[in-house]
Design a protein around this ligand. Structure first.
Ligand code: F6R
Length: 364
């Protein structure tokens, strides 16, 4: 079933354009997201939504963190994203008008399911799930469901499930934002970015050979630091998680603005620093953070679009296609997945079945 691919993970990375196409199928018409995809009473529900609590674990939590930026930036609705294992034990306070939203590939993650059950005892507007398995426990327990259509994901390290979660969350953020009066042009632009995303993914995955060539630099490394700002901070977190789980190289992600508050002390020529950055309002700040890394002899790997690459002093620059605020986190995720994959292959680890991990975490 892997066909021409050496591992399921590589196959699943390359399935992402199709998985995103499938996840968008029947959900946009005439430049508009169809409100009823969130349920029959969705229009009233979105109108009443004054806050969103996103709960998930691992990679799905990282998708939630990206969505948090979108929901606050586009809809102006307060949003938190939190890991389920903390939420379920901390007596969360729920204000009226809050929507509860879980994100889960498997729909069976024990902590996420327990958090959902707890949330049903609280005065939430509704419990919505973004999930990849239709007959799963989380889908059954939720009042509203938006399915991702990534198809079966065999590799333990999540790839296409994550990018389709981002797409589902973008549909939700844009539609919530429209109901809160988002500027029509910005809405239309967001929808266009989603429609163009499969093509952009295809284009980005053509960088595979270039990224594979970089992997050799990481084989003997013990540590790596991932940096991003805004929506690209959680993208950096996801990049670090991928590298850890399949190559067993210790990796950490920092919001680039936090560098000088501690982690800069780690930076020397043995510490590869990976930066992901779109051309957004944070770019000049990120560039100055990267200067600090360079000044300490850190080996810098930048995954950026052409406009950002211009004048950037990095040892290795991979040019990504330019993308807007919705598409960029998806595009920037792809080279990090490929990098982890190729590093793991060179290190000879079991890419699809990393040690100590299970695909579906049904115990806490
Ligand atoms: C990492 C990974 C895990 C899962 C986490 C939640 O690559 O796959 O971190 O994201 O165990 O799983 P789901 O999404 O099934 O709830």
């Amino acid at each position: 079933e892997r066909g021409e691919y050496a591992h399921y993970m590589l196959k699943e990375i390359h399935e992402q354009a199709q998985a995103v196409t499938d996840t968008l199928e029947g959900r946009i018409a005439g430049g508009r997201i169809l409100t009823q995809i969130f349920g029959v009473d969705a229009a009233q529900l979105l109108a009443k939504t004054d806050a969103v609590h996103i709960i998930a674990c691992g990679t799905s939590y990282h998708a939630g963190l990206v969505a948090r930026y979108w929901i606050e930036q586009l809809a102006g609705v307060p949003c938190t994203a939190e890991i389920a294992s903390e939420y379920r034990y901390r007596d969360p306070v729920v204000k009226e008008g809050t929507l509860f939203l879980t994100i889960s590939q498997s729909g069976e993650t024990a902590d996420t399911l327990a958090a959902l059950k707890l949330a049903k005892q609280r005065p939430y507007l509704a419990q919505m799930a973004i999930c990849n398995v239709p007959e799963s426990s989380i889908v059954r327990e939720s009042s509203l469901v938006l399915m991702t259509r990534a198809g079966p994901e065999i590799g333990v390290a999540s790839t296409k499930a994550f990018t389709t979660q981002l797409v589902a969350l973008a549909l939700f953020a844009l539609e919530l934002a429209r109901s809160k009066g988002l500027d029509a042009e910005r809405y239309a632009d967001g929808v266009r970015q989603l429609e163009h995303l499969p093509a952009l993914i295809g284009e980005t995955l053509k960088l595979d050979g270039e990224i594979q060539a970089l992997a050799a630099h990481f084989v003997d490394k013990q540590h790596a630091l991932f940096l991003g700002r805004g929506t690209h901070w959680p993208v950096a977190m996801e990049g670090a998680l991928k590298l850890k789980e399949i190559s067993y190289i210790h990796a950490e992600a920092y919001a680039a603005g936090e560098l000088k508050h501690g982690p800069l002390a780690l930076v020397d020529e043995n510490m590869p620093v990976i930066a992901v950055a779109p051309n957004d309002r944070l770019i000049d700040k990120l560039k100055s953070n990267l200067e600090e890394v360079r000044a300490r002899g850190g080996e810098l790997y930048a995954f950026v679009d052409e406009t950002v690459a211009h004048g950037l002093d990095a040892a290795h620059v991979v040019i990504l296609p330019a993308a807007g605020e919705i598409a960029a986190p998806v595009v920037s995720t792809l080279p990090l997945q490929l990098l982890s994959y190729h590093v793991a292959v060179l290190r000879g680890t079991d890419v699809d079945q990393p040690r100590n991990l299970a695909k579906s975490v049904t115990v806490e």
